[in-house]
Structure formats: C-alpha cells, structure tokens
Ligand binder design. Sequence first.
Ligand SMILES: Cc1cc2nc3c(=O)[nH]c(=O)nc-3n(C[C@H](O)[C@H](O)[C@H](O)COP(=O)(O)OP(=O)(O)OC[C@H]3O[C@@H](n4cnc5c(N)ncnc54)[C@H](O)[C@@H]3O)c2cc1C
Length: 438
Amino acid sequence: METKQFRTMAEYRQDLTEDPARGIWDLIVAGGGLTGVAAAVSARRLGLRVLLIEKAGFLGGAPGTMLINPFMPYSTTVDGRRFELSRGFFSELRTMLKELGGYEDGREDIHEEYLKLALDRLVQREGIQVLFHTVLCGIEKDGETIKSVQAVTKAGVLTFSGRYFIDATGDAALAVMAGCPYHLGREDGLCQPMTLCFRIGNVDIPVFQKNRQAMQEKYRELQKEGKIRNPREDVLIFNTLVDGVLHFNTTRVVKHDPTDPFAVTEAEMIAREQMFEMYDFLKNNCPGFEHSQLLYSAGEIGARESRMSDGEYLLTETDLRDCVKFDDAVAAGNYDIDIHNPEGSGTSHYYFPAGTWYTIPYRALQPKNADNLLVAGRCISSTHEAQASYRIMPIVTTLGQAAGTAAALAAKAGTGVKQVDVRLLQDTLKENGAFIGI
Ligand SMILES: Cc1cc2nc3c(=O)[nH]c(=O)nc-3n(C[C@H](O)[C@H](O)[C@H](O)COP(=O)(O)OP(=O)(O)OC[C@H]3O[C@@H](n4cnc5c(N)ncnc54)[C@H](O)[C@@H]3O)c2cc1C
C-alpha cells in the first residue's frame, strides 16, 4: 500500500516559520467521525489540502468512541427491488470494511476495529493530515469569516489556520465557538436519552434466541417490582460479528444534558450501574447467559442528540413525513423517526412507507453568521424530531460527503460556502456515486 507519511511536529513548526502560507490549510475538518472522514476524503479528492482533527485516537467516531453497531436501515423497495438511499462514499466504506472482514453482505453489523484500520489506511492513502488526541477549544473569526481554530494537543494548545471549515463534531462545537446560533434538543431543551453501550461474551446465542421473549417478560416483571432501575421499556440487543458476543444498546439515562460536563459525568456513572444491573439480571435469569462474561463498555456514553445548528434552513418532522424533495437536496433518507423518550420509558417510531424517502437540503448544512463554515452529521440544522431519523451512520456519512464536496467547490470558485453553485454540487455528488433523492 502506498502511504503518505504524516508530518512531524518539527516539520510543522518549520512550515510555519519558513513559509506561513504553507501553514494555512484549504480545509480544516473538526471531528473524525464517519461524517468528518467522508467530508475530508471528498474534499481531498477534489484537490484540497485537508487537516482533520479528532479528540480520540482513531477515526470513525461513534462506532469506536461509543461502541455503536450496526448500520441502521438505509434502503427501500422500488419496483420490487432493494433501492439504497445512502451510497457514494458510504458504499465505498462498506466495501473497504468487507474486504478487511469487518462487515458481511446480508447483515449490517460492523466490527469497529476493522473500521478504524480501514479509515487509517484510507486517510494515509489520500494524503489527509490527521491529528489524533487533538481537541478543538477555540476559534478566531474576522467578521463572518473563521480564520483559525485552536486545539489542545499533546504539544499544548496549537493554532491551525484554514480557508474553509467543517464542523463534524456531532455537538456543533465549532459552530457554537464561532457564535453561530443553535439549539439543544427539543423545544424544552431535553435531548434523547444517553446510552452506554456494552458487550457480553460467551453467550449461548441459540439458547438465548429461543428464550428471548421470556427474557423480555422477566425484565418487565422485575422492573415493575423496582428491582431493575433502568427506565428503558425492554432490553435492546444486537448481534456482533464475533462468535458468542452480543451488543447491548440498552442503558438509558434521561434528563441529562450531553453538553454539560457535570451532567455527563453523572450520566456515565448511572449508566455503568445500569450495565452491571443488566448483566446480573441476564446471568441469573436468562437461559444462554449462564456462562457469559461481561467484556467491556464504550469509552464514552453515547449521546444520540445534543446541540443542533440553527442554520439557513431548519429541517422539520413535517418535511420528512411529506418526503419533501428540496431543490437544493444533497442527501436522502427514510430511517424511521425513532425517538427514545427523553423523559423515561418508551420509544416512538414513525415508519416511512415503502418506496418513499425524504431529502436534506444543502441550506441545513449552512450555519448562520459564518461564510466559510459548514456543519455536517448529527448536528445539522433541524428539529429534534427530524434529527431522530437522519442521525444514523449511513445518512450522516452522506452529509459528510456533501459538506466536503461543497467546501471543495467553494474553494475552487473562491466564494463563501453559501454561494456554491448548487447544481454543480449536486452533479458532482452524483458523479461520485451519491444518491441525493431528486
Ligand atoms: C447510543 C446510540 C446508539 C445508536 N445506534 C445506532 C445504530 O444502531 N445504527 C446507526 O446507524 N446509528 C446509531 N446511532 C447514531 C449514530 O451512531 C450517530 O448519530 C452518528 O455516528 C454520528 O456521526 P457523526 O460523525 O455526526 O458524529 P460522531 O460519530 O459523534 O463523530 C464526531 C467526532 O468528533 C469528535 N469530536 C467531538 N468534539 C470534538 C472536539 N471538540 N475536538 C475534536 N474532536 C471532537 C468525536 O471524538 C467524534 O469522533 C446511535 C447513537 C447512539 C448515541
């Protein structure tokens, strides 16, 4: 494999002192989740010099940091045949993962270690500069134009200058620092619950499957008796690609603000108690778990929802239910509006009829008060209800591709991101395999 070496700290300093222009990136992407990687790769392939900063020590975001698995559904049926709505870079990602053994046709489970490896190789091959263990902590802005970002790194706080920026942090962290308007969760400020995902190994899975229904009944019985404190209405379990290992997306912490460090700390501790409660319950009550072993939990509690940009267009539940086909559509989806109750028990769903899909307009990626910034991923401009559908991994990946492509077109034209020729953006996305829904 041909790889491009990353720069050293000494080379970075040399660039800045000898030729300050070389220290200005065409594009800086904050957040190396699936959104950020899709954005970085798409922009790089269109010729930009890209810096991708990520607070973790790997790429991929939620599947690695929060142990999220599997890919939620991203297809519908048209003329009796499977019709994929998330394509382009997302299809490429599935192929890369499959080649490594981290994904199989016919099931949507992903192995996060193979994902990390696939993305490492990809960014090296493409010549994208990545910085791990680098936390965005400030910005410098001149009027509506962001000039640079500051980040806490292993070498202290460094400043990185850029011409364009993409906020792929999931929390709209860069947009908030840039003074762009945003909101948190639904109208009363509550967000979908947070969940600490975990894995249990050495499960006799055929025996568990036979007894799955009885397990759910027992769970509800003990919950009614107050012996289970987790407010979730049932036990949410997925398979994994590893023999005997099950994935649990079932802890539930409500009424904790995912952007408040005190609340998040408390949420981690509550969720950990729930994980042990769940493991005890399964081991002591459920056939198939007699010899099971608790393996590990995610390094970070999972936030389904937090801050969302209030951008040039606010995508709503009505837009989704009406399957509006926006003129400036850049992505499409039909995952159900899947709302885990922000206040306690229960999960509501609105399922889209077969053969239908909604679109996501480019304006929802454009924050107000900034002319060289795009917001992509789970924090684009939308309501709580709309976010409950497009937040899944396949769709956010397509939003990343759209943002990276738009930044590259803006750079080529020398304009702000809001002046991008939308037809050219749509054509470029289609040329690169994307389905934009119109
Ligand atoms: C509990 C839970 C269960 C879910 N289940 C599923 C599922 O089964 N299937 C599915 O498809 N989707 C699921 N989702 C949704 C999906 O995983 C996420 O919405 C999606 O992965 C978000 O992608 P993203 O790239 O926008 O954000 P993220 O994946 O969160 O990536 C953001 C990245 O930015 C980095 N970052 C954040 N702040 C900073 C900063 N200040 N400086 C530097 N880096 C920063 C983070 O470390 C992270 O890597 C689930 C989500 C949760 C929380």
